[in-house]
Design a protein around this ligand. Structure first.
Ligand code: SAM
Length: 428
């Protein structure tokens, strides 16, 4: 989501005549777009922000914009007091305060009103920033902003605000604009992306949006994330199964494999319901790959409750498990009401055990690709000079080739597989 937001801010600034620089010391404007989903992300953001202070001291004209979840959607006087050298504070997905500041600073007040209107976030008229022009194969379109689900551990609803779907015409206009600029793959984003349209009376469903995107000539692949187990409809699964440009890859977090922990997290389903969902997805979509998220060390999580998560992951054999150690976030329900009582070493132990388990599972899944031929969409050359692309199931594939493969879908014979990637050669 932040990558998508940053691209849109860069695009807005280029419309004002700014361009990208390589080094912060050369910049007139620095935007720090922040994530605070875990304490480690927040610490990183604060560290980076503090490292910008000397630049501002040397160059008082420098404009520093702090953006994203560290700021949140509400006014944040404590943050303003703590970082007086920040010129502009802006909420996630909102470039308007920065544009306002820059236009005013330049005395371009006459242009202000019209410009702000045109730059209202994501106006569909999206121009890929110059650094990425001609290079960008895969891009994101946020379709649901904010989140209203309120899992007890999660800070996102407090910082990104309530759930709000974007108008379908805006999404389609943006997709057309991206494809005209060479993008081949679009990933639709939302905290609970399958709730798209649920907050509006006259919007299509996510499945409806996928069908409309499917009709765009030149768009080769469509993905969406993240799903929530309670909102995964048969209509959506059928679109994935029946529309060849919609990729067979589902990201649907479970978070924990024990019902009491799930209830404490206020996720709204049981582990059995999740297992049934995975069976339903696999039944409907041939060759599907599935990713999940797990939080270990949630308050009160006992050894045996953790074991339920471990057993579930061992049983389901999913393609990807995004692992996190529970991190209390100020203001959330779990932080206020549930002591963070699993010691850090124990969180690490649980994390590593699951990491090892999943590494073996993925290595086995990937080994089934050996000697098969799969379509790969190539995105860029890696540092080692190999072309890097993804299968329809979102697996990373590297290929040595003298040809320019950027943006091409090519059949690849898989010669080697490991837990994190595969190597192959172009099918002659
Ligand atoms: N909104 C989606 C959902 O929850 O189903 C997923 C997106 S969420 C921003 C990304 C992941 O961060 C979550 O799935 C969760 O595993 C992790 N996460 C969120 N809050 C956390 C916390 N307080 N501590 C550790 N991990 C957390």
């Amino acid at each position: 989501m932040n990558v998508a937001d940053s691209m849109r801010v860069a695009s807005s600034l280029e419309k004002l005549g700014y361009h990208n620089t390589e080094k912060p010391a050369d910049a007139d404007v620095i935007i720090l777009n922040t994530c605070v989903v875990r304490q480690s992300a927040e610490d990183k953001a604060i560290g980076r922000l503090s490292s910008l202070k000397p630049l501002k001291m040397n160059n008082p004209d420098l404009v520093i914009n702090l953006m994203g979840c560290l700021v949140g959607v509400k006014d944040n006087p404590r943050l303003k007091k703590r970082f007086p050298y920040v010129d502009v504070f802006s909420a996630p997905s909102d470039p308007v305060p920065l544009i306002h500041h820059l236009l005013e600073k330049e005395g371009r007040t006459l242009e202000l009103e019209g410009t702000l209107e045109r730059f209202a976030y994501m106006d569909g008229d999206l121009v890929i920033p110059a650094v990425d022009q001609g290079n960008l194969v895969s891009s994101f379109i946020p379709v649901v902003l904010g989140c209203s689900h309120a899992c007890t551990y999660c800070i996102i609803p407090y910082r990104r605000g309530v759930e709000k779907s974007r108008p379908p015409q805006e999404i389609l206009a943006e997709a057309h604009a991206l494809v005209q600029q060479g993008v081949k793959e679009i990933t639709l984003l939302g905290q609970i992306v399958d709730r798209y349209g649920a907050d509006q009376s006259d919007y299509p469903t996510l499945a409806g949006i996928l069908r409309r995107l499917h009709a765009i000539d030149g768009l080769e692949r469509i993905r969406f994330l993240t799903s929530h187990p309670n909102y995964m409809t048969d209509e959506l699964l059928e679109v994935v199964a029946d529309y060849p440009k919609v990729m067979p890859h589902i990201e649907v977090p479970i978070q924990a494999g024990n019902d009491q922990v799930l209830e404490n997290m206020r996720r709204g389903y049981t582990h059995q319901q999740y297992r049934e969902l995975i069976a339903r997805i696999r039944e409907k979509i041939a060759g599907v790959s599935i990713a999940t998220d797990i939080i270990v060390g949630f308050p009160g999580e006992t050894d045996s409750q953790y074991q339920d998560t471990y057993d579930l992951i061992a049983d389901l054999k999913l393609d990807v498990v995004h692992l996190a150690r529970y991190s209390p976030r100020t203001g959330t329900v779990s932080d206020r009401r549930m002591p963070d009582d699993v010691p850090d070493e124990e969180k690490w132990r649980r994390f590593r055990l699951l990491e090892d388990l999943q590494e073996g599972i993925v290595a086995d899944i990937h080994a089934t690709y050996l000697s098969t031929t799969v379509p790969v969409l190539f995105e860029e050359k890696s540092k080692k000079g190999r072309w890097r692309g993804r299968t329809e199931t979102n697996k990373l594939v590297f290929v040595d080739s003298p040809q320019d493969l950027r943006g091409r879908i090519a059949a690849v014979n898989i010669d080697w597989t490991g837990p994190w990637s595969m190597l192959g050669h172009l099918n002659p």
